[in-house]
Design a protein around this ligand. Sequence first.
Ligand code: IPM
Ligand code: MG
Length: 356
Amino acid sequence: MEYNIAVIKGDGIGPEVVDAAIEVLNEIGKKYKHNFKYEEVLAGGVAYDVYNNPLPEETLEICRNSDAVILGAVGGPKWDDLPGDKRPEAALLGLRKGLGLYANLRPAILFEALSDACPLKPEIIGEGLDICVVRELTGGIYFGDRGYKETEMGMAAYDIMIYSKQEIERIAKVAFNMAQKRSKILTSVDKANILESSRLWRKTVEEVAKDYPDVTLNHMYVDNAAMQLVRYPQQFDVIVTENMFGDILSDEASMITGSIGMLPSASLGENNKGMYEPVHGSAPDIAGQGKANPIATIMSIAMMLKYSFNLSEESENIEFAVKKALDEGHRTLDIVSKGDNALGTKEMTQVILKNI
Ligand code: IPM
Ligand code: MG
């Protein structure tokens, strides 16, 4: 089979980790006889520098016509003072919306070999952690009306959180389907004690639940969820929530696993179309130094194989190769114990390649 993949390396450590992940993907291609074809396109700060636009129309068009998109990271201090629509982050939002990627899957898995990196006490983390945050990605306050206006207190800025029933239904279905394949426990996170959009969220999720009688649904307020994640993380399996709550809770969940440098993500729309990127950012402080942990991007490739191409065996091969590298004691700077030797991006990639 031939697969067409749009590649956005982006800013900071983006190019380093994407190059690493593509090496791994090519190895999978060789082993299983798949033809992965890449088309590199610009988005983020690098695109702004060339086109004065963080998301050129051509980039979006090529991504639309690809089977999947791999993205490194966007952003950096160089572009921090630009207006909102010129910032590298605007490219991310434009890609999500433009490709209709409304479902963001963010697994937070604590690898056994890394249990020392978890900041929680061993009695709290117990047997480990395997949570999947399903974040709504194309609605809510990220995309609602925004602006400035005069008020009694002088000039003010506003951002509106708005959700249609349909948007809630489709993300709820993704989460229930995911819960069905896992431990059949779903926690829906909202702020229904305050927000009208959360009350519609809760009511709609309950309606969708009727089609999934085998899944146990709990509701939790977002402040409590943030607290419960560090108090008793094992109570969670799949968490579904709106865009901004998901942004915040997925960072929190990732920290429990020890390093944000380990976590992949998939952003999915209809028809298996997806964009795959590490949860971490562009890490400008270590960019270009060959120190970045490539695992999050490599694991994102594993998600791509599974969700967009339906290649489960190939996907599991990558997961196995990463786990083996960790079990053998190989560590990059972000996950190394004090006093131990840290591998660079390329060295870690070589170790993983050998395990494929
Ligand atoms: C994320 C990031 C983005 C978001 C930023 C960079 C726009 O934090 O993917 O979680 O807020 O969605
Ligand atoms: Mg975030």
